[in-house]
Write a protein of this length. Structure first.
Lengths: 373, 387, 231, 153
C-alpha cells in the first residue's frame, strides 16, 4: 500500500485529498491477515494514550508559562531548562501522593468519577481528523457522536461532587450539571449550521467540503456567528473561566474535586486540559477547515505554496491558536455568577442560535455564500 | 434584669426538616477559618437555602492575641510595635493614631516637617493598601491576573518604604514625638517618579477590570447598604462613603497637613458593591493628588522632637484620638491613671471590626457568589477584627 | 501510600545488589516531590501578605520553583506554610488541616509568631508559643515578617531536605528540622535550650544586659564599633 | 457647639447625670437606671442626634470595685462628640443593651461581655465573641491570671 502522502506530493496543483483512516486499513486487512488488524488496533490505542499524556503535560506546562507571561512573571524556571520538566515532576508527585477517600463518601462513585471524565475525552480524541492519514476512525454520524459524548462528561463532575460527602463539592457538582447541560444546546445549534452547509455528518467529509474555503469566512456572517456561539458554549461546557463556577476556587474552595487527592485529582486535572484541546480541535475541524490548507479561490501559485505545508501541521497549528485564545480568556475574565450564566444561555445564546439556524437555511437554499457548490 | 448567655452550638442546631416536600431544607455551611475569601482566619457560618443565604453568623477570634491586655503592661513606645500587627495594610496610620493621641494627651508639639512626612507616608500607604484590595477583589471574583498586577505596583511603593523606614510591612516608624528616621535626600525625587508611574497604572487597572462587563454585572447593585443603615451599623471609611455619607476624617476633623492639601471626598450614591469599588479607585487618584501637592515643599526641621527614651508622662484621665485609615476610622481610647508611661486601659476602635457587622445586614437574600463580592468589597483585614 | 506504590513489585524490597536501583528510583521520586511543592493557602496574619502573596508576585516569583499552584483544599496541598500567629482557638483547626493533608506533607513555620509566639510571647493569654507544639514542623523561617527571599531560602532548604532525607520505603523519616537562616552549626534544639534556660533561670527583663552576655553579642561588638551615645 | 454648651444641654435632658471630669471632650456620667432613656433621647432629639455610636468599651477600676462603661458618640449631622460613662458594681455587673438604638451596639456589647463579663439585659444574642465558649474567666479584668501567660518580671 503506497503511502497516499507520496502520491499527493507527486501531483502538484490541486491535490485530491484521499482520506484513509486506521479503521479502514484495519478492516481492509481483516479478511486476509487478522493479526494485522489487531496490530492496527493496538497502535491506535497506544497512539491515543501517548497523545493524552503528552498533550496533557504539554498543555499544563504551556498554561503555566503563558499565564506567567500574561502576569509579568517567569513561570517555572528551575526544573529542567526553563521549567520544561515541571509537568513531569508534578505528574510523578501526584502519582505517589497518599490516596484519601473521605470517611462516609460513596466509595464506588467516588472512585468512578475521575475515570468517567477522562474516558469521555479519550473517546472524542479518537474521532478527530488530524490529517488525511492520521484519523483513527471516521464515524458516519461524526457530529452527533461529538455532541452525545460532550453531554456525557457532566456525569463525572456530578458523581464526583455528590459522592465526596462534602457540602462544597455537592454545590460544585450541582452547578456543573446545570451549566453543562444548558450550554450543550447552543453548542449543538452551532454545529448544526456547519453540517447544513457541508451536507455531511462525517468529520472528514466536513473537512473535505472546506476545500474551496473554510466555513468561517466562506459562510460569511452565519459562519462567524456560529463559530462565536460555539466557542462561548464550548468554554462553558469544559468549565473554563469565565464559566468555571463548578470549581470556583475562591467560592467553593475546590468545587467538585475538593475531596480528591493524588492520582484521582490528577485525572480531573488532566481531563480539564485535554478537554481544552478537544474543544479547540472540534472548532478547527468544523470552522477553520481541519487539516485543509488556507486557499484563496484561483490564486494558483499561492495555493500551491500553501499546499506544501503538510496537513497535520495545519491542523495542530490552528488548534494551538485556539488553545491560546482559551488561555487568554482564562487570565482576563472574572467569573460569572450562576444565574447570570443561565440568563446568558437561555435568553441570549439560545435565541441567537435559532435565528442563526434559520438564516443559515435561507442562505444555503438561495446559495448566497462564497463558492456555492 | 436577667441575662441569658448562649453558646455557638445552640445556634447551630440544624433547622427542622423542610415543611413541604417541594421546599428545600436549609443547611449550615462553614466558610471556615481557612477559606480563600477570608484573607486570614475569619469563620463565617452561612445558613443556606440552596444557594441563597438566609443568615450570616460571623465568628471572629481565630487570630485574637489579646493586644489590649498586653498594652496594660507595655509603655507607649512599645505599643506602637503592636499596632503594626493589627491592621498590617495601614500600619503607618495605626502608628500615627497612637502617636497622635499620646502627643495630644501629653501635650507634645510636633513641627510641620514631622506632620508633612507623616501625611505623605500615610497617603503612600493608602495607595498601597487600595492597590492590594483591588488585586484581591479581582482574585476573589476570578480574574487572577489583577492580583499579580497589583502586587507588581505594591513592590515599588514597598521599596520606598524600605529605604526610609527599613521595613516592608510592619513599619514601627511614627513614634510619639516624631519619626524614627529622617527621610533620605532623594525621597521627594523617588516619590515623584513613583507618582508618574502610578497614575497611568490606575487607568490600566480600570481598563483591565473596571470596564469588564462580567465584573460590572457581579458588582452593580449587589449588597446595597443604604446611608442610614451604614451609619447605624457603625461603618466608616470607604464603606460609608460609598453609601453617600461624606464622612472622611481628613476633611471633617483635619489632622497632619491635610488642610493644606486640596482634594475632594469621593462619595458614592447607592452603596452597592460597585460604589465601594469606585470609591476606592477614586481615592487612589485623590491620594496621588495630595502627595503631589505636598511632595515639593517638605519644610526643614527636626524629625524627632523628644528624645527616644524620654518617659512620656500622661495626666490622669480619658483620652480618645482617631484618624482615617484605608479602611475607616481607627480610634485609640486611653485611660491613664497618671503614674508611669503604661496605660491603665487601652482600647482600639477598629474599623474592620465595625465594618464586618454590616455583612450580617447586607448578605441575607443574596447568593454565595454575591457574598464573595460583598465581603471583598468591604475590604476586611482579619487581625484588625480580633486584635 | 498511593496507588502506584501499593502495587509496585517487590524489587523495592532489599535484594542483594539492588541498592543502585533503589537509590535511583528514590532520586527520581524525591526530585519530583521537591520540585512540585504545592502550598496550602493558610495564612492567619501579616506573614500571609509577605509569605503567600508577595512571594507569588511578579517581583519574587514563587512559580520559578513550581510552587505557585496554591491549592485551597488540604487534600491536594503538600506544603503547609504556617504564615502568622497560632491562637489557641485556631490550634485545633490547624491540627485538623494537617491531618487532612495527603501523606508526603511538609510544614514550614514562617515568621517569629509561628516559631515562638513572636512579639506576643509575653502577657498574651491566647497565643500558642510556636507552631511546633501543634504540628511537626520541618523548616523554620525567622523574621517578622520574613522577606520573600528568606522564604525562598527556607523553601530551598526544604527541597534539599526532601532530596537527601526521605526514602520511599520509610516516608516518616526526615532530616532533623533545621533553622533555615542560621549558620550550619546551630540547630533548633540549641535554640530551644537557650530559650528555655533564659525563661526559667535568668528570667531577666533588661534585654540589652542579657544580650551583652550572649556569645554572638561579643563577636558583633568586635565587628561593629559601638555607636557613640549622642549620634 | 463647644463642650460646655453641649454638656449643659445633655445634663438638661437627664436629672441624675453629672459632668465627668478628666476627659478630653464633652463627657457626662449617668447611673445605670438612667442610661437607656438618656441614650434614646441623645439619639432621637434633633439638636443632638448622635447617630453614630463610635465605640463602646469598659474600664475595670479594681480598687473602687466597679466597672466604668464608656460610650463614645458622634453626630454626623452636627459634627460634635460626646462621651457617656456609667459605673456598675463589679459583682453583679448587668447593664441595659442599646442594640435596638444602634445595631452596631449588638456587636460591641458582645466584645465587652466576652472580655469583661458585663452581662447585657435584653441582648438578642449574648455569646462569647473572640474566645472559645468554654473559656473560664474574663481576660481583661485586672485580677485575671492565666497559667499560660508568661510574665517576664
Amino acid at each position: 500500500m503506497t503511502l497516499a502522502w507520496l502520491k499527493i506530493m507527486a501531483v502538484v496543483g490541486q491535490p485530491t485529498w484521499e482520506v484513509v483512516t486506521v479503521a479502514d486499513r484495519a478492516s481492509a486487512s481483516l479478511e486476509s491477515r487478522w493479526y494485522v488488524a489487531v496490530a492496527y488496533m493496538i497502535v491506535a490505542l497506544v497512539a491515543v494514550a501517548a497523545m493524552v499524556v503528552a498533550l496533557g503535560m504539554g498543555l499544563i506546562y504551556g498554561e503555566r508559562k503563558i499565564a506567567a507571561h500574561f502576569q509579568c512573571r517567569m513561570g517555572p524556571m528551575r526544573v529542567g531548562y526553563h521549567g520544561i520538566l515541571q509537568s513531569v515532576a508534578d505528574t510523578i508527585k501526584l502519582l505517589l501522593k497518599e490516596d484519601i477517600v473521605p470517611a462516609r463518601a460513596d466509595r464506588v462513585l467516588h472512585l468512578l468519577a475521575p475515570f468517567l471524565t477522562l474516558v469521555v475525552t479519550i473517546l472524542i480524541l479518537g474521532v478527530i481528523p488530524y490529517s488525511p492519514l492520521m484519523q483513527l476512525a471516521d464515524v458516519s454520524i461524526g457530529v452527533l457522536y461529538l455532541t452525545a459524548l460532550s453531554g456525557l462528561s457532566v456525569l463525572g463532575l456530578l458523581l464526583g461532587g455528590w459522592s465526596s460527602n462534602n457540602k462544597w463539592s455537592l454545590l460544585g457538582g450541582m452547578r456543573a450539571a446545570a451549566q453543562v447541560i444548558s450550554y450543550e444546546i447552543t453548542a449543538t445549534l452551532a454545529l448544526l449550521v456547519v453540517t447544513m452547509f457541508s451536507g455531511t455528518l462525517t468529520l472528514s467529509g466536513i473537512v473535505q467540503s472546506q476545500a474551496q474555503g473554510w466555513w468561517v469566512w466562506r459562510a460569511h456572517g452565519v459562519g462567524v456567528l456560529s463559530m462565536a456561539l460555539f466557542i462561548v458554549a464550548a468554554t462553558a461546557e469544559i468549565n473554563r473561566t469565565p464559566f468555571d463556577i463548578p470549581e470556583g476556587e475562591s467560592e467553593l474552595t475546590g468545587g467538585f474535586h475538593t475531596e480528591y487527592s493524588g492520582l484521582r485529582f490528577a485525572f480531573f486535572f488532566l481531563a480539564e486540559f485535554i478537554n481544552m484541546f478537544v474543544v479547540s480541535a472540534i472548532t478547527v475541524t468544523l470552522f477553520l477547515g481541519g487539516w485543509m490548507p488556507f486557499r484563496i479561490g484561483d490564486w494558483e501559485s499561492f495555493n500551491n505554496l500553501m499546499g506544501l505545508i503538510p496537513p497535520s501541521l495545519w491542523f495542530f497549528g490552528k488548534s494551538a491558536v485556539m488553545v491560546f485564545v482559551m488561555m487568554w480568556f482564562r487570565w482576563t475574565f472574572p467569573r460569572m455568577r450562576v444565574d447570570q450564566l443561565m440568563r446568558l444561555e437561555w435568553k441570549i445564546l439560545l435565541p441567537l442560535g435559532f435565528c442563526n439556524l434559520v438564516v443559515a437555511a435561507v442562505v444555503i437554499l438561495s446559495k448566497w455564500y462564497f463558492f456555492p457548490v | 434584669m436577667s441575662v441569658t448567655v448562649r453558646t455557638l452550638d445552640e445556634l447551630l442546631t440544624p433547622p427542622t426538616a423542610a415543611d413541604s416536600p417541594l421546599s428545600t431544607q436549609e443547611y449550615f455551611v462553614n466558610m471556615g477559618p481557612q477559606h480563600p475569601i477570608a484573607h486570614g482566619s475569619l469563620r463565617i457560618i452561612l445558613l443556606l437555602d440552596g444557594e441563597t443565604i438566609r443568615k450570616v453568623i460571623p465568628v471572629p477570634g481565630y487570630v485574637h492575641r489579646g493586644i489590649e491586655k498586653m498594652c496594660e503592661h507595655m509603655s507607649y513606645r512599645k505599643i506602637i510595635t503592636l499596632t503594626d500587627r493589627m491592621d498590617y495594610l495601614s500600619a503607618l496610620m495605626n502608628n500615627w493614631a497612637v502617636a497622635r493621641t499620646v502627643e495630644k494627651a501629653a501635650g507634645i508639639e510636633t513641627n510641620s516637617r514631622i506632620e508633612t512626612i507623616r501625611t505623605l507616608m500615610a497617603e503612600l500607604q493608602r495607595i498601597q493598601s487600595h492597590a492590594l484590595w483591588w488585586g484581591v477583589l479581582g482574585m476573589d471574583l476570578g480574574a487572577f491576573t489583577a492580583f499579580l498586577y497589583s502586587f507588581r505596583d505594591r513592590e515599588i511603593i514597598g521599596e520606598i518604604f524600605e529605604e526610609t523606614i527599613g521595613a516592608r510591612l510592619t513599619m514601627n516608624y511614627i513614634q510619639p514625638g516624631g519619626l524614627m528616621f529622617d527621610i533620605l535626600p532623594d525621597f521627594a525625587q523617588k516619590v515623584k517618579k513613583l507618582l508618574a508611574y502610578m497614575r497611568p497604572m490606575i487607568n490600566e487597572y480600570d481598563t483591565l477590570l473596571s470596564g469588564n462587563a462580567i465584573l460590572q454585572e457581579r458588582l452593580r447593585n449587589v449588597g446595597i447598604l443604604p446611608a442610614k443603615d451604614a451609619v447605624a451599623l457603625g461603618c466608616t471609611g470607604p464603606v460609608v462613603r460609598a453609601s453617600g455619607v461624606p464622612y472622611d476624617l481628613r476633611k471633617v476633623e483635619p489632622y497632619g497637613v491635610y488642610d493644606k492639601a486640596e482634594f475632594d471626598v469621593v462619595v458614592g450614591t447607592k452603596g452597592d458593591c460597585w460604589d465601594r469599588y469606585y470609591v476606592r479607585m477614586e481615592e487612589m487618584r485623590q491620594s496621588i493628588r495630595i502627595i503631589e501637592q505636598l511632595i515639593d515643599n517638605i519644610p526643614e526641621g527636626q524629625y524627632m522632637v523628644t528624645k527616644y527614651n524620654a518617659r512620656l508622662k500622661l495626666p490622669k484621665g480619658r483620652f480618645y484620638g482617631q484618624l482615617e485609615t484605608a479602611r475607616g476610622v481607627l480610634g485609640v481610647f486611653i485611660y491613664s491613671d497618671g503614674n508611669g508611661d503604661t496605660p491603665y486601659r487601652m482600647h482600639f476602635r477598629s474599623p474592620n471590626f465595625n465594618n464586618l457587622w454590616a455583612v450580617t445586614q447586607i448578605a441575607p437574600g443574596w447568593r454565595i457568589a454575591d457574598y464573595i463580592a460583598i465581603q471583598s468589597s468591604l475590604d476586611l483585614v482579619i487581625p484588625d477584627i480580633d486584635r | 501510600m498511593g496507588i502506584v506504590l501499593d502495587r509496585l513489585p517487590g524489587f523495592l524490597e532489599p535484594i542483594p545488589g539492588g541498592s543502585v536501583l533503589i537509590t535511583s528510583i528514590d532520586a527520581i521520586i524525591n526530585w519530583s516531590r521537591s520540585n512540585s511543592l504545592w502550598p496550602l493557602a493558610f495564612g492567619t496574619k501579616c506573614c500571609a501578605i509577605e509569605m503567600l502573596m508577595a512571594t507569588g508576585a511578579p517581583h519574587q516569583d514563587l512559580a520559578r520553583f513550581g510552587a505557585e499552584v496554591a491549592r485551597q483544599t488540604p487534600r491536594q496541598a503538600d506544603l503547609m506554610v504556617i504564615a502568622g500567629a497560632i491562637v489557641k482557638k485556631m490550634a485545633m483547626r490547624m491540627r485538623l488541616l494537617y491531618e487532612q493533608m495527603a501523606e508526603p506533607r511538609y510544614v514550614m513555620a514562617t515568621g517569629s509568631c509561628a516559631i515562638s509566639g513572636g512579639p506576643f510571647m509575653y502577657h498574651s493569654y491566647s497565643i500558642v508559643r510556636g507552631a511546633d507544639e501543634v504540628v511537626p514542623v520541618d523548616v523554620y523561617v525567622p523574621g517578622c515578617p520574613p522577606r520573600p527571599e528568606a522564604f525562598f531560602y527556607g523553601l530551598m532548604t526544604l527541597q534539599k531536605m526532601i532530596r537527601q532525607g526521605e526514602t520511599i520505603r520509610k516516608p516518616g523519616i526526615r532530616k532533623k528540622p533545621v533553622l533555615a537562616a542560621l549558620p550550619q552549626g546551630i540547630t533548633i534544639d540549641d535554640l530551644h535550650a537557650q530559650q528555655q534556660e533564659m525563661l526559667e533561670h535568668d528570667n531577666m527583663v533588661d534585654v540589652e544586659q542579657a544580650a551583652a552576655q550572649k556569645i554572638w553579642a561579643t563577636r558583633l561588638d568586635q565587628w561593629i564599633p559601638k555607636p557613640s551615645k549622642n549620634s | 457647639m463647644d463642650t460646655e454648651a453641649l454638656e449643659k444641654l445633655v445634663m438638661g435632658l437627664e436629672a441624675q447625670c453629672r459632668k465627668r471630669e478628666q476627659a478630653d471632650r464633652a463627657a457626662v456620667d449617668v447611673p445605670v437606671s438612667a442610661l437607656e432613656p438618656l441614650m434614646r433621647k441623645l439619639r432621637n432629639e434633633d439638636p443632638l442626634s448622635f447617630d453614630l455610636l463610635l465605640d463602646h468599651t469598659a474600664i475595670d477600676h479594681i480598687h473602687e470595685g466597679l466597672f466604668e462603661m464608656v460610650y463614645l458618640l458622634y453626630s454626623t449631622r452636627h459634627g460634635h462628640h460626646l462621651m457617656v460613662t456609667c459605673e456598675i458594681p463589679r459583682m453583679d455587673s448587668i447593664a441595659p443593651t442599646l442594640s435596638d438604638l444602634w445595631p452596631i451596639a449588638h456587636w460591641q456589647e458582645r466584645e465587652v461581655f466576652d472580655l469583661f463579663g458585663i452581662g447585657y439585659d435584653g441582648h438578642p444574642d449574648l455569646r462569647r465573641l473572640f474566645l472559645e465558649d468554654g473559656w473560664k474567666g474574663y481576660p481583661l479584668r485586672k485580677g485575671y491570671t492565666d497559667p499560660d501567660m508568661l510574665e517576664p518580671a
